[in-house]
Design a protein around this ligand. Structure first.
Ligand code: GAR
Length: 194
């Protein structure tokens, strides 16, 4: 079985979209893959509830309990490795990871970022796109490298920027596409390796 471990920090709507796709599109039968665990760095992340309701192992590794990034990443890796993951999927996981963590999961670590990378790595992607007068915005699924919000691009979705958009309306339009994009990119990877 190919285990997928998903890391979240908040709402977890991308995680929920992946869990639903895994079930609706029968990833277990088609790819021998399943979402084995959801791990959050925040105890109050709403996504944890959804995961538990789905019968998925859900746990917290609170970054505030560790005095260094290295210690947190080591505890996080220990929690992840219990599930022997084929893929580690960052889905709104808002922590910068150490190079040691990234290299441990090399080739197995994916992220989704709410911009058309390489434009707008980092935070406030919607507002920055609006401020620059972009006509298009979007989301990118990429492999994770030690460079924040860089790495080989696996899939992108483009949305128009519309008159009167705020960062909130643009975020909502992009997020809707993320929910389609991320499961599709993961399914494609699983298909290639099965
Ligand atoms: C998503 O828009 C995701 O692209 C973004 O956080 C949101 C999480 O939403 N990720 C990043 O900004 C990472 N740099 P969700 O918790 O509802 O999936």
């Amino acid at each position: 079985m190919k285990n997928i471990v998903i890391l979240i920090s908040g709402a977890g709507s991308n995680m929920a979209a992946i869990v639903r796709a895994a079930s609706n599109d029968r990833w277990e039968v088609r790819f021998g893959a399943r979402v084995a665990a959801v791990i959050s760095n925040k105890a109050d992340a709403p996504g944890l509830l959804f995961a538990r309701e789905q019968g998925i192992a859900a746990m917290v590794v609170d970054h505030k309990a560790f005095s260094s990034r290295e210690d947190f990443d080591a505890a996080l890796a220990a929690a992840i490795d219990r599930h022997h993951p084929a893929l580690v999927v960052l889905a709104g996981f808002m922590r910068i990871l150490t190079p040691a963590f990234v290299s441990r999961y090399e080739g197995r670590l994916l992220n989704i970022h709410p911009s058309l990378l390489p434009a707008y790595p980092g935070l406030h992607t919607y507002q920055r796109a609006l401020d620059e007068g972009c006509w298009f915005a979007g989301a990118t699924v990429h492999r994770v490298t030690a460079d924040l919000d860089h790495g080989p691009i696996l899939a992108q979705a483009v949305v128009p920027v519309l008159p009167g958009d705020t960062s909130q309306t643009l975020a909502t339009r992009v997020l809707t596409q993320e929910h389609r994009l991320y499961p599709a990119a993961i399914a494609r990877l699983l298909g290639e390796s099965s």
